[in-house]
Design a protein around this ligand. Structure first.
Ligand code: MN
Length: 246
């Protein structure tokens, strides 16, 4: 089971959630929203564990946390995973657009300087602009577009660029998203929950709730659940291999 975008540090008991993920032998990308949260989050698990802590600075709080970019750069050599980063074009965050751009560009440049990172990327209502920025920093690493909801032309562009996508239960409730998944090469898809932010029927998803995506992907891809699991595990291996070779 793979949850490649979960905010473990934002659950009421992060230590308990991490323990349960380990007991279930899950692979998790534990994203953070501020550089100052990264160290504590990475210390929830032993080094070498299958829970990877990503260093992030969330676009929705870029304007209040931009002073942490220096801290971001100081931690960056210690991890190959970056996220959550990106841009958010919703009206309530558009007023801080200049700060969002400054933070996102700084991070992409820093990632380029250290040889590239695996990056979990937020692009709500800003897909085209996120893709523009990513193409300006081709050495920043491997982008995984998390919960992608852009238009078809943006999707096509991201697919052409060989970017990755992480898809989750909340995303799959929409017919438009299911349609989108048909078009994405299945070799470049990972699963995620975006818990505890993402909810189904009013309840925050736990990382292991990602399992409900498997039969949904099986239906979309017309293969068995077991084959979906094998595909996803192979995808994660190939992502890590692609990073090592870059
Ligand atoms: Mn998130």
């Amino acid at each position: 089971m793979i949850d490649f975008h979960a905010h473990i540090d934002l659950y009421p008991r992060p230590d308990q959630v991490a323990k349960k993920c380990i007991a279930r032998e899950m692979d998790v990308l534990s994203v953070t929203t501020t550089p100052s949260a990264w160290k504590g989050t990475s210390e929830l698990v032993a080094p070498g564990s299958r829970i990877h802590s990503a260093l992030g600075l969330h676009p929705q709080i870029a304007h209040v946390r931009k002073s942490e970019l220096e801290l971001f750069d100081s931690f960056l050599p210690a991890t190959i995973f970056v996220g959550e980063i990106g841009l958010d074009g919703a009206p309530e965050f558009k007023s801080h657009w200049a700060d969002q751009l400054k933070v996102f560009r700084h991070i992409l440049k820093s990632c380029s300087n250290v040889g590239g990172r695996i990056m979990s990327i937020h692009s709500r209502r800003a897909a085209g602009m996120v893709l523009d920025e990513l193409s300006s920093f081709p050495l920043s690493g491997i982008p995984i577009l998390h919960w992608f909801s852009g238009e078809k032309r943006d999707l096509d562009r991201a697919i052409t660029q060989c970017y990755w996508f992480s898809v989750g239960p909340a995303m799959l409730t929409s017919a438009k998203s299911r349609e989108m998944i048909i078009n994405i090469p299945r070799e470049r898809i990972l699963t995620e929950t975006d818990g505890p932010f993402a909810k189904i029927a009013g309840t925050s998803m736990m990382p292991w709730d990602v399992s409900v995506v498997v039969p949904q992907l099986a239906a979309i891809w017309k293969i068995t659940d077991r084959e979906v699991e094998m595909q996803l595990n192979n995808n994660l291996c190939s992502l890590l291999k692609q990073h090592r070779q870059s």
